[in-house]
Design a protein around this ligand. Structure first.
Ligand code: PLP
Length: 235
């Protein structure tokens, strides 16, 4: 694990990249939030984020996140956890106990299961989710196909009253570099616009962009970049 001072330097560098990209995109810097992704790093990474004033972290595995969360009881109530990785349905219950938002909802069945489990917990506030869409059509990636998303959203909106769909998430294809990533991000933005118009429902969050492609994501309208390597070092 890197030293806290190194983390702070990395954070400054990432913020400088965000600022430069926002200037290029003529967007206010306040439009783009930074989600530190602490997966595979020890719980110290979550302490670093919190100490630096970042009060939400991203994790891609339910059990890893739950264990880490238990290891930092001093952050209970002041640090939020979000799931950015694929969720198996048998871990849905633990996921609801661990995370305050799930960005990686990639099937109607999963949404319906989360909805039922959340109702069973007797919660009054809706649980926040994003729909993950594989706009880059990478066969190795999870997510709805772009063409399926409208029908899926329609079903989720009508059958999952305990969920609140806050927007869309995508992971750019592994291959193809920044140009291919940008095309995938543009497709997510266009999809968001068409879904908002079709369902007359706001979908404010566009979670896209990571260490290697955050500039392209910001140029295409990202509201949330998810950054691991550039903050915490290689995994
Ligand atoms: C690992 C991960 C990230 C962060 O990736 P980096 O390239 O390390 O910044 C972002 N989003 C998801 C879904 C991830 O799994």
């Amino acid at each position: 694990m890197i030293a806290y001072e190194t983390f702070l330097e990395n954070l400054s560098a990432v913020r400088a990249r965000i600022k430069a990209a926002c200037e290029k995109a003529a967007r206010p810097i306040s439009d783009v939030a930074l989600l530190p992704v602490t997966k595979t790093h020890p719980e110290q990474a979550t302490l670093y984020a919190h100490k630096a004033g970042l009060f939400t972290v991203g994790e891609n595995r339910v059990q890893e996140a739950a264990a880490k969360k238990q290891a930092v009881p001093e952050l209970a109530g002041t640090l939020r956890w979000e799931l950015v990785g694929h969720l198996q349905s048998n871990k849905a219950k633990l996921a609801l106990e661990t995370f305050s938002r799930i960005q990686s909802v990639d099937s109607v069945a999963l949404a319906q299961r989360l909805n039922r489990l959340w109702l069973e917990r007797g919660q009054t506030d809706a649980f926040a989710i994003l729909l993950e869409v594989n706009t880059g059509e990478d066969p190795n990636k999870f997510g709805f196909q772009t063409q399926q998303t409208a029908a899926a959203l329609e079903e989720i909106l009508s059958t999952c009253p305990a969920l609140r769909v806050e927007g869309l998430m995508t992971v750019a294809p592994l291959e193809g570099g920044r140009a291919v990533a940008r095309t995938a991000f543009a497709a997510l933005r266009e999809l968001r616009e068409s879904l908002q118009a079709k369902f007359k429902t706001p979908l404010p969050e566009l979670s896209m962009g990571m260490t290697d492609d955050l500039e392209e994501a910001i140029l295409e309208g990202s509201t949330l970049i998810r950054v691991g390597t550039a903050l915490f070092g290689t995994r």
